[in-house]
Design a protein around this ligand. Sequence first.
Ligand code: GLC
Length: 433
Amino acid sequence: MLESDAIKILEDNWRESFTIPTAKLYPFQWMWDSGFVALGRAAQDIDKAVSEIYAMFSGQWENGMLPHIIFHSENETTYFPNFDFWNCNVNPGAPVSPKTSGITQPAVFGFVMEDIWRSHHQDPKVKKMIEDLLPKLIHYHRFLYEYRDPFNEGLFFIFHPWESGRDNSPIWDEAINRINIDKSQLPNYTRRDTQIADASERPTSDQYDKYVYLLELGKRHLYDGKGIAEESPFLIQDCMMNAILIRSNESILRLGEEFGVDTSYIKEKNALSKAHFLTKLWNEELKTFVCFDLVSNEQIKHKEIGGFIAMFAGLANEEQVGHMVAYLEELHQRGYFLCPSFDVDSPLFDSKRYWRGPIWPQMNWMIHKGLLHYGQKELAEIVKSDLISLVTHLGFYEYFESEKTKVRSLTQGYGGGNFSWTASSILHLLTTE
Ligand code: GLC
């Protein structure tokens, strides 16, 4: 039942060659959503999974960037900021068609492509896909190192919260608050998200002004110029994005060996990334991995879900894993569904508002896999079954309430319904283990 519902959602959200995250709210192809969709899809319809990945790479920039949104249709006008607002052709290396956004998202395609290759290595289509796309994937990782790592630390920066995939997490508050906006300098715009979803579940309008400000800053520097690092008040080495990059680098190294592709660049960079990840992003007081703010030149000291993705990348040592496991077990005992996206004990925690507390399906998928990697079967099982029970009781929503007492009085999840990565994460968990 759950499985057939998941398949139906993915079918309904299919658009010729790719999958939208959800109708109305997100009517285009989003980068990391697309990776998780391909992962879950592969078990059930490999052709569509392969098409999904090719569709993503059709939006790759000459500099190597994979954009966070591909606007496959220029007739769809219900989304803001749409392709015309991004105006990415200020950069001559941005594709003229399809139109795209000018920022990126978590580098999931390495581990996604490897997972699909492992389960379908006899399928010639999959083999061809890896042959065609592995060099392009390396080009993407090279972009992150060449354009986003000015100090050659192996840790790339983001200059917009949307890149992190955790749009309004409190971890970005300080950097966002340091932006002083002269409203008369901002272009006029109208938000569309709050016309479709409940405003109390979405970022505030002040946050949205700052998002638009950072977009404009990127545009001024053609989205890849050196001026971004020099000027942006928001410049952060995200622990989750760098962990995912490392996880995908390792997939590239294994695939490169099997396919005879030169990966020496990735090998060298990955060693650098791993070394700095461990020394720069672990916080001994909080006993978790954290992000690093390159403007204030200090760690962002909050406990949040991105730190746990280090386990998915196999980066944490046994002691660090022990701390993270103890913390998640404690939350479980205290009546939270796993894994809340932000520190439940912080005054900034909000169990309903987007990335400030709720449960996110694809995060549970990665944390589940990370815990299994370290032999933490029991806790991995809780992370999986919490997600399954939320979806069973509340439906295939974008994200979910994290406090168990509150869930009892709810009849649905939060944000968009019939959500693709919720369906694909469930499908992958149910069909591949
Ligand atoms: C929101 C999420 C982001 C996701 C996108 C499409 O912006 O924060 O992670 O990729 O929606 O689902």
